[in-house]
Design a protein around this ligand. Sequence first.
Ligand code: AMP
Length: 188
Amino acid sequence: MRIVLLGPPGAGKGTQADLLCRTLGIPKISTGDMLRAECASESSRGKELKKIMDSGQLVSDELVTEMVSERISKPDCDNGCLLDGYPRTVLQANNLQKVGIKVNPVIFLDVDDKSIIDRLAERGRDDDQPDVVKRRLQVYREQTEPLIELYKTQAEINFVTIDGERSVEEIQEELLKILDPKEEASAC
Ligand code: AMP
């Protein structure tokens, strides 16, 4: 089971992903975390990446796809993994398919703009400044949102929309129900 967690910035993907991965015993692959680690290393590539990330833009499709393919090929991903923040563009989704990495289910954490702005204001990461948040939301609408339609229309994908406006615990409970193979409504 390779779970994809989709949703706008600030939807709570990271929090839900951490809880879910702990319960399911699978690794979380967060491209944002991997990229931030590269930035922290202060390599020349890290410095370039930080500039892009702090401006609210996406880094190159090729770079993240390479990072993810390499990470997924590690043995701890043999029993599945959870992708948080990847794919983020249609090209990334197509690249995954091209390299033979199948994902399923795709879970969309649905949150409205007002909550996103409130939540990101509380978080205070370098890329959570108001003008950057606006840019990230725009990038999300233009480049990531089309993935919803793409995955919804793929017959082999179980696409599930989750109301992300509830408490962390309520959302986690629903996610676990969906992912529990014993449940009749299982999405896997
Ligand atoms: P996140 O932690 O997922 O919100 O990602 C933080 C930033 O990292 C994003 O605003 C992008 O600049 C970059 N990033 C993370 N994942 C991707 C991705 N899949 N494709 C391109 N850029 C990404």
